[in-house]
Design a protein around this ligand. Structure first.
Ligand code: ATP
Ligand code: MG
Length: 270
């Protein structure tokens, strides 16, 4: 254990309790960028049909951790990992894992909306087409279902063949959610999905996240503690690459176990 934070693990009860019916589990997961260690023995479970928020000051490793969950860090040279991240009982860093399949099942929404420069319709069905699905009826159904789930259908049903880039930023972000949903994911990862949006578009995404957990599991990184408190069921507080505290959101915010968490939440630093 390093000064300034405890790694929450099964040994002290907190991690084991919070793992419950986890769809993903980090077990002693560490990550280095070259010689710089960005994650230190992170241990927690992502609970099914819940929203898990990752909070902490800039540079503490939130993006690194969320990207590690679907191996988005693979594209960065000189990344080395230790420990395991388990998805549906299998180590995603183990041999023989189909990373494309993993990223379909564990989809990612980025900070800036990144729709493809094509129509709204083609954005949603992009992944299906890549998998060889071309049946118009199947594609139409996927578009309607995904856009409805992403709370965008009513705003775009008359303009499905217009360019996605003609949408507002908030609509583009919901389109990215629809695109991820069309692939049939289990988990959605969102790295600061509202930081480029205005308050109204932010509220729509928060509302969407809240409703998505009925069918999906969500992990969201946010700088905004009010947002974490509003949308999440579980919260993990990261500091200097360590998961200092992980637990139910209400407990972490109202009765933090670690002094560092309390200091961060009360705004003493970060
Ligand atoms: N591609 C990279 N190559 C080398 N170091 C990196 C890379 N990405 C991140 N890091 C380093 O890893 C640490 C964690 O960064 P990370 O982006 O995960 O933090 P963060 O909590 O998401 O920060 P922010 O709140 O600013 O987005 C930082 O020290 C950062 O400089
Ligand atoms: Mg980040």
């Amino acid at each position: 254990m390093e000064e300034g934070g405890a790694v929450i693990g099964p040994e002290n009860g907190a991690g084991a309790d919070a793992e419950g019916d986890a769809v993903m589990r980090c077990r002693g997961f560490s990550l280095w960028y070259g010689k710089v260690q960005a994650l230190k023995g992170v241990h927690f479970g992502v609970r099914k049909n819940k929203v898990t928020a990752l909070i902490g000051p800039s540079g503490c490793g939130k993006s690194t951790l969320i990207r590690a969950l679907n191996r988005m860090n693979d594209v960065i040279d000189c990344v080395r990992t230790e420990g395991e991240i388990e998805f549906l009982g299998r180590n995603v860093y183990g041999p023989g894992v189909d990373v494309t399949e993993l990223r379909t099942k564990v989809g990612m929404i980025f900070q800036r909306p990144n729709p493809f420069p094509m129509s709204i319709y083609e954005n949603v069905v992009y992944g299906l087409r890549v998998h060889g699905v071309n049946d118009r009826r199947v594609l139409d159904e996927a578009v309607e279902r995904s856009l409805k789930q992403a709370a965008l259908w009513d705003e775009v049903d008359c303009r499905l063949h217009e360019p996605a880039l003609s949408l507002s930023g908030g609509q583009q972000q919901r389109l990215c959610v629809a695109r991820a949903l069309a692939g049939g994911p289990e988990v959605l990862l969102m790295d600061e999905p509202t930081s480029a949006l205005d308050p109204i578009a932010t509220a729509k995404i928060e509302d969407l996240v809240y409703h998505l957990k009925r069918d999906y599991t969500v992990v969201i990184v946010t700088h905004n503690m009010q947002q974490a408190a509003r949308v999440s069921d579980f919260t993990g507080f990261l500091y200097l690459g360590e998961l200092v505290e992980f637990g139910e959101t209400e407990q972490v915010f109202k009765r933090p176990k670690e002094a560092l968490t309390e200091r961060y939440i009360t705004g003493s630093f970060g």
